[in-house]
Design a protein around this ligand. Structure first.
Ligand SMILES: Cc1ncc(COP(=O)(O)O)c(C=O)c1O
Length: 424
């Protein structure tokens, strides 16, 4: 069944305040499935940011940033937090802070963002090697996967395991907490640290709040759930600029000593921000006002899954939160044809290949249009045995450009693929 969402003034951009161009951008954003990084700051969020403190945070003199860090530390049950520009930076700072002296190694899932999508940062900054494991169950790592892979002892051929990095959610899938706890116990037994890439821990928290019937707009409820999710970890990185829609930012949480040391590395990475208050306030606003919207985002993802499944489209991974991986080949439709047709709609929809990502500004209309678009292609194929438009036409390419707000220019399939990959 289609999902209806009541209008929410906190998530709006108006022509009077934000200007018509930004109203139009919000509309395009509400139909853009490439990534949950593609959200736009709202009027209310930026007006809130306008009132933030304007001190120098490198001197520790910006109350809005200090307040955000204290709030996130408290929410996650850790002693301290540190704001930085991106999830890549907070992951790499955390890893650098854990890793003391080579030879040393890190265990990750083979799909983990920390080693696959962070430009080789682990080798560059921490001089560590990663042991990438393939989960036997295909979904998440378990103690049974990790225990035999631990590098313990003093065999000089082997770099000892000093850190286990887990990702929650991974491709939108929630890591079962009982398994995380077991992995944490194993790590503790061997004096190995645990780091969480919680870029989307907000989604896992929103799903847990929903499951327990708690209230996502209550600070105490969010604190209860986030504290539990982060408890097995020595450090965690929580992105603020993904599903909850801060314009920039990510936070590390950990002990006071860990955060003090990470701050030192943040300086060395050139990542100290001077007048940081406006950024922190926009993120603070996102936690208060956008986090409670994630449960609806997840309902929309379920609706998309349901609509696609009803058409016979293969869904490639469990839809626990805000991502739907689909394969239209199961109904004879090439993925490119679906992307092209969606981009060529009078009110275009943009897709990041088989990974569809939802965020708090994706609209119910976009979900229904996408399902209808696939249904129409399927019907065409059934009726004609052929698709009218299986190739990326020149006109469709131009639409994608206009849609993405870029100058009109020639593009090709390879460019579009690259853009989709970078949308992670
Ligand atoms: C799981 C995960 N971790 C970390 C990051 C890095 O975040 P950022 O793009 O802010 O550097 C991403 C980015 O998409 C991500 O998906």
């Amino acid at each position: 069944m289609p999902v209806a969402i009541p209008k929410n003034a906190n998530a709006e951009v108006t022509a009077e305040v934000g200007g018509q161009a930004n109203v139009d951008t919000l509309h395009r954003t509400s139909r853009d499935f490439r990534s949950d990084t593609i959200t736009i700051p709202t009027d209310a969020q930026l007006l809130f940011a306008l009132q933030a403190s304007r001190g120098d945070d490198v001197y520790g003199e910006d109350p809005s940033t200090t307040a955000l860090e204290s709030r996130i530390a408290k929410l996650t049950g850790k002693a301290a937090a540190l704001f930085a520009v991106s999830g890549t930076m907070t992951n790499q700072l955390s890893i650098r802070t854990h890793m003391k002296q080579p030879p040393h190694s890190i265990i990750t899932d083979w799909r983990a963002h920390v080693h696959k999508m962070e430009a080789g940062g682990i080798a560059m900054f921490s001089q560590a090697t990663t042991h990438q494991l393939v989960p036997a169950n295909g979904i998440h790592l378990t103690v049974e996967d990790i225990e035999p892979a631990l590098q313990l002892g003093d065999n000089i051929h082997i770099a000892p395991t000093k850190l286990i990095c887990l990702e929650n959610t991974l491709s939108g899938m929630i890591f079962p907490q009982d398994e995380v706890v077991k992995i944490g116990e194993l790590a503790k037994k061997h004096d190995i640290a645990m780091h969480l890439d919680g870029a989307r821990i907000w989604n896992a928290a929103a799903a847990e709040i929903e499951k327990r019937g708690l209230d996502a707009s209550k600070e105490e409820d969010l604190q209860t759930v986030l504290t539990e999710l982060c408890a097995p970890f020595d450090s965690a990185s929580l992105c603020l600029s993904k599903g909850i829609g801060a314009p920039i930012g990510s936070a590390i949480v950990g002990t006071k000593e860990f955060i003090a040391r990470a701050k030192w590395f943040r300086k060395a990475f050139g990542g100290g921000i001077r007048q940081c208050g406006g950024l922190s306030a926009a993120a603070d606003y996102a936690i208060t006002n956008h986090f409670p919207r994630l449960a609806t985002t997840h309902k929309l993802a379920k609706r998309l899954e349901e609509g696609l499944r009803e058409l016979g489209v293969d869904i490639l991974a469990p839809v626990d939160t805000n991502m739907v991986f689909f394969n239209p080949k199961s109904i004879g439709l090439p993925l490119d044809a679906v992307m092209t047709r969606a981009a060529a709609l009078p009110d275009p929809i943009i897709l990041g290949r088989e990974r569809l990502v939802l965020h708090h500004q994706i609209s119910p209309e976009a979900i229904e249009s996408l399902i209808a678009c696939v249904a129409e292609l399927k019907k065409e194929k059934e009726e004609n045995g052929e698709l009218k438009e299986a190739e990326m036409t020149k006109q469709a390419k131009e639409r994608v450009h206009v849609f993405a707000g870029r100058e009109k220019e020639e593009t090709n399939e390879a460019d579009l693929r690259k853009q989709a990959a970078l949308g992670y």
